[in-house]
Design a protein around this ligand. Structure first.
Ligand code: ADE
Ligand code: ZN
Length: 328
């Protein structure tokens, strides 16, 4: 009760939210109707009942299928505006959002429609609601390196609307070094670099090492397996790396026993942890406040630790120092 109000009132920021993972069932039906598409579900409740998964690949299948209704610039505007309005209503002041353009290019949607719609929503949401945001282009790591490079090349003329690139989707057999050339090109264009190093995937410690030591990423998404390597923990601290941890996703997906409280472990290890919602539309429509309330219970977070998480979050922003200072 008290702590719920405390969390709701806290100024917040989030950095690990996939826009396509904020596509609510209700909006899928609205976009399908607008685009003349038929969905294989009788209604919203039936669609939501289909959101059953037990690991990353089974989650991703549902997630990629769901985003097929996104076809026009207006669709991307509506998607991004709905997320930003939801976030603003939860006292999220600033967010850096992922999107997966390769999936949309595959369906013939031009990059300009994807980035254009999202950008127009960002501008309108900031003007109407005060929430500031930036955009991170994710490479779909289980698609080919060529398709990722094609997406990057299509996006670079619009790079002023991007703050960075990331790496998401199925990690198994898709190590970060597959994208070394993409990261180098993105960096040369002035973009930041982050990568998912998910918990409980294969070779995640090796992936963390490559991402941190060789590719020198600017941030890590998830990254809980780092606790298995004191050497990498020390390096991450020395580099002042920030981790975007999504306790809901972990809590929903991970079946391994005994369950490890990754968030608690990372905080206690002294890492720069921030908390995000990941794919809220597929995780019981739980946005950042609910994620933090659950995390508080599960990891016994004190108020000081909650404040620390949000201080980290604002410190993690890929903003010029003067704009960042306004939040701190
Ligand atoms: N794409 C969307 N959500 C993801 C997640 N949580 N992990 C990896 N890829 C994703
Ligand atoms: Zn993610």
């Amino acid at each position: 009760a008290d702590i719920t109000r405390f969390i709701a009132a806290m100024p917040k920021a989030e950095y690990h939210v996939h826009l396509e993972g904020t596509l609510e069932a209700e909006m899928k039906f609205a976009l399908a109707a607008r685009n003349g598409l038929k969905l294989p579900f009788a209604d919203v409740a039936a669609m939501k009942r289909s959101y059953i998964y037990h690991d990353l690949p089974s989650f991703l299948a549902i997630y990629y299928d769901g985003m097929k209704v996104l076809l026009t610039e207006q669709d991307f505007y509506d998607l991004a505006y709905a997320y930003l309005a939801k976030a603003a209503s939860q006292t999220v002041l600033y967010t850096e959002m992922f999107f997966d353009p390769q999936e949309h290019l595959k369906r013939g949607v031009p990059m300009a429609a994807v980035i254009g719609g999202i950008t127009r929503a960002r501008v309108d949401a900031e003007r109407a609601l005060g929430i500031q945001s930036q955009l991170i282009l994710c490479f779909v790591r289980d698609s080919s390196a060529e398709s990722a490079m094609a997406a990057l090349d299509a996006a670079l003329p619009l790079k002023q609307y991007l703050v960075g690139v990331g790496l998401d989707s199925d990690e198994k057999g898709n190590p970060p070094e597959k994208f070394a050339a993409h990261f180098a090109k993105a960096r040369a264009a002035g973009l930041k670099v982050t990568a998912h190093c998910d918990v409980d995937q294969d070779d995640t410690l090796a992936h963390l090492r490559t991402a941190i030591v060789d590719l020198k990423v600017d941030r890590i998404d998830h990254g809980g397996n780092i606790l298995q390597s004191p050497e990498l923990v020390a390096l991450a601290k020395q580099r002042n790396l920030y981790f975007t941890v999504c306790p809901t996703f972990s809590g929903t997906l991970r079946t391994s026993t005994p369950p490890v409280d990754v968030l608690r472990g990372m905080i206690d290890a002294g890492l720069n942890v921030t908390v995000s919602s990941d794919d809220p539309a597929y995780m019981g429509s739980e946005y950042l406040n609910t994620v933090l309330v659950r995390a508080q219970t599960r990891s016994a977070l004190t108020r000081a630790e909650l404040i620390g998480l949000e201080r980290n979050a604002f410190n993690a922003a890929w903003l010029p120092a003067n704009r960042k200072a306004a939040y701190l």
